[in-house]
Structures are given as C-alpha cells and as structure tokens.
Design a protein around this ligand. Structure first.
Ligand SMILES: *Cc1c(COP(=O)(O)O)cnc(C)c1O
Length: 378
C-alpha cells in the first residue's frame, strides 16, 4: 500500500536529540529552541518567533494576545481545521464563516467586508495547502476596521505572498510542526509575532503567565505571576528533532516540490479533458508543496475513486467537513451569506499521497491508477 503520509525523517534527528540530552537541558527554551526561533526569524523576517507545543496552541496564544472577549466575532473560512475556530471559541467568541474561492480553497477576500459587524475583532485567514490568501486585500480591510489578522499558516512554512513569508504578514502567524506537515517535531508549532509591542506579553503568556523569560535573560531579579498564561513551550528534545530538519530546509522543500510537479505534469491531460481540476497557484504566490489535491466531479465520484485507488494500493484521504455544518460550528458559529463553494468544493477534493522522500514510482503509480479510473482502462 502506498501510504498517504510518512512523518518527515531527514536522518540526523537522533544525533541532534542526543546532543540535547547531553546538554542536560531538556525542558523548553534551550539551545535548540533558540536555533529554531532564529531559523524562523531569518526565513520569514518576523521580529520574534516562539516555538509552541502545537499550532493549535499558537492560535490560542494569539487569541489571548488579542484579548478576545465573550461575544467578539472572528471571521474565517468554514473550510479549515477545527483549531482555527477553537482558539477563539475557548475565549467565548463567536465564529463568522465566510465562503471560499473555488480556485484556491481560501477565504474569498471580497466577501469579508460585508461580514463585519460592530462586534468583529479579528480575521483569521487560512493559507490552504501552503498557498496564500489574498493578503493585500485582507490587510487593508483589517486596517480600515481596526481588526487583528491572525494567519493560520499551519501549512505555509516556506511559502510566500508577493515575496513575503506566510505567517509574517498579519499581526500574528501560526505554524504547525505536526508529523503531517513539511517540517516536524512530532507535535509542535510556532507563534510569529509581527508586531513588536506584543513580544513581552507573548513570552509571559507562554511561560505560565510569569516573566521567567526576562528573568533568565537577567532583565528582572525575580520572576512573578504577571498575567494569565499557560505552558506553551515544547521540550528541547522536540526542538532538536525539528532543528535537524530546518538545517536541511531547502533539500526537504525541493524533494517535496519534485513530487508535486510530477503529479501536476502527470495529471494535466485529465484536467485538459475536463475530468478533474488541479490546484491553482496564483502568480503572486510561491507555495511549499505541502499537499497535492485533485478535484473530481462530486462526492459520489470521489467515494468511488477512493475505493478504486485503495484496491490499487493507493491510500488517499479528504478533509474538512465544513465547520459550519458540524455540531460545534452550529453552536458557536454562523455562516455569513451564501455557501456557494465551501460545501460543494470540499466534497470534490481528494488528497494524494505526499511526503518527504516519497519514491517517484509511487507518484507514477498513483497517476496511472487515477488515469485508469477515468479512462476506464481497468
Ligand atoms: C495542521 C493544522 C492545524 C493544527 O496544527 P497542530 O500543530 O496539529 O495543532 C491548524 N490549522 C490548519 C490549517 C492545519 O492544517
């Protein structure tokens, strides 16, 4: 069976973890965590990055930093992972879902403004598949109405929009280093703080509401309880695993891009014949080959294709039951305007096997099986 995902493993992770153990500092904020922070800051240009225990927790930190209050409204797409919404629902906020664009599966930037009310506090764009949302439009709406922008860039590490790294455009950006993402530490993430005035507060919230980070740096002589907070910092063992991959960022990126391009070229005739749709990368975006999807006719054809591919030894998956149709979404959210594309397009989407070091034969076998399904050459 060709697996859908294999967690990234470069080969030097054990060595780096061993170094972390030998350093006798395995809690958070040691040497490897600092190296990961520097990598993120150098790559994205954000003034301050903080590793977190997950992207979910980075989103929660962003919601705390924005001081989201009960009944505040947050605008986001319904086609996303639950964490984008949960982070704000935990603060008592209501979610206002806006339809997506069928071409990128990202929030339709032209529908945001009409969803704004006097309760709106923030916009949370999600860069699906590591392809950027239309950030110029989103940032100018946010500025006009004085709203926070929290980028869910879980899938967007090493992607850019008009030359700017994803995660470094809004007030806050959130990365994921989960095992299903391009660079991993098992479970983990990062908060990118793009507005320097939030750096101190972010460090306090991440360190259980204390100013321990400042204490370590010798800026204060004792550390105390300053604000609300929790424990959002990962252990050095996890940071060491991640850093081993960040040291080889380009190689991992190129390897994934090869698989992505191979799929794209191999499946192009099916798109030209009108059988399937392939991902669109707008001109102003560079992507990171996070995932490869095809879009088929409808949910029924997708189910048949999944079963057919399974028989041929290819594991494929779909994702995101639109949040506004799920029990929690009905309770804490509402859909603004018409659901023209969210449900329809989510039902058409199928993700193909994609991971670091996937053999080219696997890509070719997957392409062939999809072609056989459509050409009827079974
Ligand atoms: C993976 C993902 C998350 C959650 O990331 P974790 O690190 O697992 O918490 C959030 N949003 C999106 C869009 C994701 O793809």
């Amino acid at each position: 069976m060709i697996p859908f995902n294999v967690p990234p493993l470069y080969g030097t992770e054990e060595e780096r973890i061993h170094e972390a153990i030998q350093s006798h500092k395995i809690c958070g904020d040691g040497e490897f965590t600092e190296k990961c922070h520097q990598w993120i800051e150098n790559k994205t240009g954000c003034p301050k990055a903080l590793l977190t225990t997950s992207c979910t927790h980075a989103l929660e930190m962003a919601a705390l930093l924005c001081r989201i209050q009960p009944d505040d409204e947050i605008i986001m797409p319904s086609y996303t992972f639950v964490s984008t919404a949960n982070a704000f629902v935990l603060r008592g906020a209501k979610i206002v879902f806006v339809d997506i664009r069928p071409d990128t599966m990202n929030i339709d930037e032209n529908l945001i403004e009409s969803a704004i009310t006097n309760k709106t506090r923030a916009i949370a764009p999600v860069h699906y598949a590591g392809v950027s949302c239309e950030m110029d439009t989103i940032m100018s709406i946010a500025q006009k109405y004085n709203l926070f922008v929290i980028e869910d860039a879980a899938q967007g590490v090493m992607s850019s929009y008009k030359g700017k790294a994803l995660g470094a455009i809004g007030n806050f950006g959130c990365f994921s280093f989960h095992e299903t993402k391009n660079y991993s530490m098992g479970e983990g993430g990062a908060l990118l703080i793009n507005d320097e005035k939030y750096i101190d507060e972010a460090e306090i919230i991440r360190e259980k509401g204390t100013n321990r980070s400042q204490f370590w740096r010798g800026k204060v002589d004792k550390y105390r309880w300053i604000d609300f907070g929790s424990s959002y910092l990962p252990s050095e063992l996890n940071a060491a695993y991640l850093y081993a991959q960040l040291e080889h960022d380009q190689e991992i990126y190129d390897n994934r891009m090869q698989s992505w391009n191979r799929y794209y070229v191999g499946l192009k005739d099916l798109q030209e014949d009108g059988k399937i749709d392939l991902p669109l990368i707008p001109d102003e975006c560079t992507h990171n080959a996070h995932l490869f999807y095809i879009k088929v006719k409808d949910i029924e054809e997708r189910q048949n294709l999944i079963l057919y591919l399974k028989e041929k030894g290819v594991e494929t998956v779909f994702h995101y039951i639109p949040l506004h149709t799920a029990p929690a979404g009905l309770k804490w959210g509402r859909f603004h305007g018409e659901d023209r594309y969210t449900t329809r397009e989510s039902e058409r989407l199928l993700r193909l096997p994609m991971y670091y070091n996937m053999p080219a034969e696997y890509t070719d076998q997957t392409i062939k099986a999809i072609k056989d399904f459509y050409v009827g050459n079974k």
